[in-house]
Design a protein around this ligand. Sequence first.
Ligand code: LLP
Length: 407
Amino acid sequence: MVFNASIRYLHERLTIDDVDLESIVNEVGTPAYVYSLARIRDNLGRLKAALAPVHACLHFSVKANGNLDVLRTLRDAGAGFDCVSGGEIFRALKAGAAAEDIVFAGVGKTRAEIEYAINSGVGWINAENLGELAHIEAMAAEAGLQAVQVALRLNPQVTANTHPYMATGHGAAKFGLTCDVIRQVLNDQQRYPRLDFAGIHLHIGSQLGDSAATLAALDKLLALARDFPQITTINLGGGLPVAYRFGEVPPALEPLAAEVARRLKPYSVLLEPGRSIVADAGVLVAEVLYVKRQAGQTFVIVDVSMAELIRPALYGAHHEIVPLRQAYDETISTQVVGPVCESADVLARDRDLPPLKPGDKIALMTAGAYGMTMASNYNARPRPPEVVVDGDRWWVSRRREAITDMI
Ligand code: LLP
């Protein structure tokens, strides 16, 4: 059985590229995140090919996966980075990114973060409120800079077809500036002599179900940008969807790329994909601790919880679960739960799985995006290690936290 070009059963063992996952966790233990660098390169390559007509410059969204080996791999493959904190800028630079290949975004950048970004020389700052523009202007003056490139983030007042927690472009969302406010800023540019308002930024949400809202938002953006010839660059954000369920096929990118290319011909284009590059390149491996049968239910209690993978608890997200050793038994309806003291700590509800027993290892699939980056130390649980696989080699890229790291 093949899940994607890098993750499949080979001789009945779940394999990531040329490495048997069980051989990794036998050494590093569970829970453990494991990423395929080959799959990440592949995903980036396929995205670039599908988007070729747009001539876009891709900035990987570090919030999806901030692992240094992942970032280095993407840098080597020519990607820039979308960062939303001083911590993410630090990571991108540490991974060897050139500062000008970094865009710095975020609803609430601190003065210290803006100063760090400016002094590092990031390529763009995506700004989303007037107070922030004043800070950038003041810090540019302090640093003696003449032209800091700023992209104003547009809130197009368009609702994306996605989970409500991932929709960012509607009027009630905290993100971006409305059309009117952007017009005011651009008409009033002399107030910001050291800012070069050369771009408009747009990101209406993540795991977007279709492209209708994106194109509607883009049309609003273009109506605005046309009136201001200094706008040369459009940053379209991220949001490209991935398949989380077996058999699901995300919509083809080419038709969207053609529409975008047609509309954005006169502009330079930036994109900030995160999930679509890393999600299906990663798994989170867990071990079954106990099986409890009561009240007509089968609870499989594993050593992964909402602390290591919060997506099911937070969004009701679906992650497929497969045993590391291929099983052919009849499936039974199972509740896969973690050890954390929260009723929301359920990784899979009423999931048809082969019978599992203590000691069995399972993989939570499509965990390469927003997995480790959203992990916490809730219940004083050390965060898992991150292992990367490159062909037939693998190594621990980031070690498991120790309980002494947490105090
Ligand atoms: N650009 C901006 C301004 C963003 O806010 C985001 C994601 C991206 C790019 C990358 O979007 P992507 O290509 O990954 O969809 N924690 C949630 C996802 C939240 C996304 C936040 N912003 C999840 O686990 O699904």
